[in-house]
Design a protein around this ligand. Structure first.
Ligand SMILES: [Mg+2]
Length: 339
């Protein structure tokens, strides 16, 4: 996993912190692209975020409008929003216009495929005890019976009232997904996530139309256009955009607007430190994924209470980089002149 951070400062002393990331390969590429396009921001008004997003996109136009190049833009875009909110003395959620001051959250990191069943039950119970509202399990084992056994065991262990979701991470083909979704209907799941290939919109749409259990997908998509295509196919009940992955808050808000107009529910993927704000600014209740992987990078911690994640009231994202984040920094480049 690689993180790309942008620390931005204006001549009158306002600051913004932005981030993007890559799981597996891609981090050095994002960094290189960010370093090439960064000078386009010098001398600009940081309030004009949408204009600057376009300018950064044009600076790397031949690299395309999705994927790695826009993910590099994402770090600048988040920093510009952080700066604007901090300058206004508002949390990012308040700057955007929040509907609520906390979001429903669920735990992902206790239920990976390789986690033995006994440990899975211990992790799930501990997570609920800690105040994290829902539990997500990975499914998609080569042995389908094992998936069913594990979901059944967790449902029994936690009782009927705990929200439970499963995530197949694109492991099934269409006939398998049909069978598994049918079997999983009995467990009253909040959703079944990525049952099929992330770009198989027709397949996801057929599942969404066939079963009561909502279908969730969208985390792998990397642009507004890709999400628009998914929405037009009615391939998801829960849309799962990931702000850094789609190029920042500017594209995320455009996706959220389309999702809202289509009557979809929203469950942003990963980066809870950012998505807690974006989830609070969506019209209907969202689920934000509790993932503690990024915690060592920041001095602040999110407060979890009664199944919900509290939106920080500190200005901007409410985040500052930790000493640990600086110690782990491998490459760094500076542009402009310090005020
Ligand atoms: Mg997932």
């Amino acid at each position: 996993m690689a993180m790309l951070f942008v620390e931005m400062q204006t001549h009158d002393g306002h600051e913004g912190l932005g981030l993007s990331y890559s799981k597996r390969a891609g981090g050095p590429g994002q960094f290189a692209h960010a370093a090439e396009i960064a000078p386009a921001l010098l001398g600009e008004d940081p309030s004009d975020i949408a204009k600057l997003w376009n300018k950064l996109c044009w600076a790397g136009a031949s690299a395309g409008r999705s994927g790695l190049s826009t993910q590099a833009i994402g770090a600048f875009d988040v920093a510009l929003y952080d700066l604007k909110a901090r300058r206004a003395g508002l949390s990012l959620a308040k700057l955007l216009g929040a509907y609520r001051d906390s979001v429903a959250c669920y735990n992902t990191s206790g239920g990976f495929l390789h986690t033995p069943l006994e440990q899975l039950l211990v992790n799930a119970a501990a997570s609920v005890e800690r105040g994290i509202g829902g539990i997500k399990l990975k499914v998609g084992q080569p042995d389908r019976a094992l998936d069913i056994e594990r979901v059944e065991a967790v449902r029994k262990h936690l009782g009927d009232h705990v929200p439970l979701m499963v995530d197949a991470n694109q492991q099934w083909d269409r006939p398998t997904a049909q069978r598994m979704c049918r079997i999983f209907e009995q467990f009253n799941l909040v959703w079944i996530e990525e049952p099929l290939d992330a770009y198989d919109h027709e397949g996801h749409a057929a599942l969404a139309a066939s079963f009561d259990t909502p279908i969730a997908t969208g985390e792998m998509l990397t642009s507004v256009m890709e999400h628009g295509d998914l929405i037009r196919h009615r391939a998801a009940d829960y849309l799962m955009p990931d702000a850094p992955r789609v190029g920042g808050i500017t594209p995320f808000l455009r996706i959220a607007g389309q999702a809202e107009a289509a009557g979809l529910m929203l469950a942003p993927h990963f980066a809870m430190e950012l998505h807690v704000h974006l989830g609070a600014a969506y019209a209907t209740e969202t689920w934000v994924e509790h993932f503690d992987w990024l915690e060592p990078l920041f001095n602040e911690r999110l407060e979890i209470k009664d199944g919900r994640m509290i939106v920080p009231t500190r200005p901007g994202l409410g985040l500052s980089l930790s000493e640990q984040a600086r110690a782990w920094t491998r490459e760094k480049v500076e542009f402009g002149t310090r005020p």
